[in-house]
Design a protein around this ligand. Structure first.
Ligand code: NAI
Length: 664
């Protein structure tokens, strides 16, 4: 049998029964990602197993993870940057495809045991095995997140997923990048067997090998789509569905995957060969590079939360059960914390708690889990729980004296070491903290509306805030699965500050006679999730006017001020720049040509980009990259452009306002 060289990322052994065990446990990493070295080592292992199968010393092969947390999170995204051309990508992929084929064609049973995340390249490896066993707990998730990076599965996962699940089940998970639980994956045929705990995986793998288990490909009607005449209408429907979510010009990967399926989905061998040809150019495209940049920026934000502190937020007390306070409290409960909620009246608290039902429904599958969540949610009109809380966060009216008085009363009741925070969106932290005996204790934790959906939380470092408190606040945000961004205390912080001139200048265009629909469509053509006028209506025109005032933007005497005075506040009042019906703005169709909309889109974002430059120059956050990170995750700024400052760098300063600037 061939020998296996020294392994760093895998443990390999052959037991007395002749079963070869490959345990993936990447050196010095908390998670397993399939980088070059682990793939090469696996290649050596597979060669040894093949030799053992040949001389009958090995009669089964099991692949497992040595990490407590999960199986494989995907390919190692950090290594993608080395590829400059599609040819280089093809050359790097070829040996991996060969190895996966070698695994698949081993003459002995090959079993894979999955717990935790099994994503992207990890799932593609699993699909090359003969039998897949997964733990059925909530932590186990399978999926192909590649489209989020501007690519699709490139280790022949496209053809193998279709083979196992049929195109109607496999294509949507590849097109959406969403994850499925183990039980759903079993229903789809991606997984063959479920066990209760990771501890059972080796035993179940051994049994599957003894029984020579082999997964059956999807059969019956699921293979109907291999027929050409049926594939085209289905592919067209998929194109239509995908186009509702993303534009092909911005996010080509899902559309190329549909093309691949339409052309070659009838012959999976051919599809495997063609996959690389379509995949490689995507990998070196600007979209994929920029989306990878967004991935790195997200990692950078996660790194704002310290890993080395003992602080563990278990109990949270929220004061103010209005729009923000109730949702912040609900999200803390959904994240497993025990939460007490305070307001001036018991009715307001009850209303705030009741409003969280929809978050719990989305977050928890079983009634028992939802009941447990509700049991962690305490109405506390008198503030009895303040002294027990690890985090006390205020979300009451935006008035300096009211907040100051509240905090003065709170300070003596706090538990030592507890975070004291305000969710203010416009007041200076140091001003709120001024009357405190220990002003260094107060930090801003600025959530965005709607709390459950917005990934970013700005952690505001007031002029007086102690560094320790800022670090704890970041740890708290991370415990809520939010991305923390440390921001200097300054008017508008980062996100509102850059949004304000963008929205105000859009409103000025409106006043000069540009149509709201055309402005919003132009912003969407640029890649914004929502146009600035619809955004203003959604946020509330009173809130916009208030933020405008804080930032000293010219609004007085404007249409905005008049509309607020008339009670036209946008979505919440049913009338703003648009009339709102069933929570949707009533819009007229836009007839402008594409080039004109593209030019207008660039003009619209210019004030935002310029404000980002000022934020960078004033060190509102630590670096230019963090400006981009904050603006992408706080506003949804066109992710495929890699962030406003990155966009500016690609475009060139001189072209920012030029309507005929080249497309960046
Ligand atoms: P809201 O008006 O919906 O809720 C405020 C709540 O605080 C009310 O239920 C009120 O009864 C209660 N309250 C007032 N004084 C109180 C006191 N002394 N003790 C206990 N409860 C008291 O306001 P909203 O929109 O939730 O804003 C709250 C805070 O969050 C403000 O500081 C605001 O600037 C900030 N914020 C608001 C955002 C938004 O989109 N609405 C976004 C981010 C921050």
């Amino acid at each position: 049998m061939a020998s296996v060289p020294d392994l760093k990322d895998w443990r390999f052994s052959i037991d007395e029964q002749g079963i070869a065990w490959a345990i993936f446990d990447r050196e010095a990493q908390s998670q397993n990602a399939l980088g070059r070295r682990p793939l090469e080592e696996l290649g050596a292992i597979v060669t040894a197993v093949a030799a053992g199968a040949q001389d009958k010393s090995v009669r089964g092969f099991a692949i497992l993870s040595g990490k407590e947390k999960g199986f494989i999170v995907g390919a190692d995204v950090r290594e993608f940057e080395q590829f400059k051309t599609a040819t280089e990508v093809e050359a790097a992929i070829a040996p991996v495809l060969g190895m996966l084929d070698a695994i698949e064609s081993l003459p002995i049973p090959v079993v894979c045991g999955i717990h935790g995340f099994c994503l992207g390249g990890g799932l593609e490896l699993a699909l090359a095995c003969h039998w897949r066993i997964a733990t059925r707990d909530d932590a186990t998730r399978l999926g192909f997140p590649e489209v989020r990076l501007g690519i699709f599965p490139g280790f022949n996962g496209t053809a193998r997923a279709i083979r196992q699940s049929g195109a109607l089940a496999a294509m949507p998970i590849m097109l959406s990048g969403s994850m499925v639980r183990a039980s759903a994956a079993r229903g789809m045929g991606l997984v063959d067997e479920l066990v209760d705990s990771p501890l059972q995986l080796p035993w179940a793998a051994r049994k599957a090998i003894e029984r020579k288990r082999r997964s059956k490909p999807a059969g019956g009607w699921k293979t109907l789509l291999r027929l050409w005449p049926l594939r085209s209408p289905v592919a067209n429907r998929m194109r239509g569905e995908t186009a509702k979510k993303v534009r092909e010009a911005h996010y080509p990967a899902p559309f190329r995957l549909i093309d691949l399926f339409e052309r070659h989905g009838g012959d999976l061998k051919r599809m495997k060969l063609e996959e690389t040809k379509v995949f490689a150019p995507l990998m070196v495209s600007d979209t994929s590079r920029n989306l990878r940049r967004v991935f790195h920026l997200m990692e950078m934000l996660k790194a704002q939360a310290p890993k080395d502190i003992a602080f563990k937020p278990m109990r949270v007390h929220v004061i103010g059960a209005g729009v923000m306070g109730a949702d912040i409290a609900g999200w803390c409960v959904a994240s497993g914390m025990e939460v007490s909620l305070q307001d001036l009246s018991a009715e307001q608290i009850a209303k705030g708690i009741a409003a969280q039902e929809k978050v719990f429904k989305r977050k928890f599958r079983t009634k028992a889990q939802r009941d447990a969540a509700k049991a962690r949610f305490i109405a506390d009109a008198a503030g009895d729980n303040i002294g027990r809380a690890d985090v006390v966060i205020e979300a009451i009216v935006e008035k300096l004296e009211v907040k100051q008085n509240l905090f003065k009363g709170l300070e003596p009741k706090l538990k030592p070491g507890a975070i004291l925070a305000t969710n203010t969106s416009s007041l200076m932290i140091e001003d709120i903290a001024a009357p405190l005996a220990d002003p260094g204790r107060l930090v801003g934790i600025h959530f965005f509306n709607p709390v459950a959906q917005m990934p970013l939380v700005e952690v505001i470092r007031g002029a007086s805030s102690r560094e320790d408190e800022v670090r704890k606040a970041c740890a708290f945000a991370a415990a809520l699965d939010k991305l923390p961004l440390i921001v200097k205390s300054c008017p508008g912080f980062l996100v509102n500050r850059v949004l304000a001139p963008y929205m105000m200048s859009a409103m000025q265009r409106l006043e000069k006679g540009e149509k709201a629909e055309r402005i919003d469509e132009a912003a969407r053509v640029f890649g914004m999730p929502m146009g600035p006028i619809e955004l203003a209506d959604t946020v509330g025109l009173d809130v916009c006017a208030h933020v405008g005032k804080i930032l000293k933007l010219p609004a007085e005497g404007s249409k905005l001020a008049q509309m607020v005075a008339d009670g036209k506040l946008g979505k919440k009042s049913g009338q703003g720049f648009y009339a709102w019906k069933n929570d949707k703005p009533v819009k007229e169709p836009v007839t402008a040509d594409k080039a004109a909309l593209e030019a207008l889109g660039r003009e619209l974002v210019a004030p935002l980009v310029e404000e980002c430059e000022r934020c960078r120059d004033e060190s509102v956050v630590e670096s230019a990259d963090l400006v981009d990170a904050g603006v992408i995750f706080g506003t949804g700024f066109a992710p495929f452009r890699g962030g406003p400052l990155h966009y500016l760098q690609n475009l060139g300063r001189a072209a920012l306002h030029a309507a005929d600037a080249p497309k960046a």
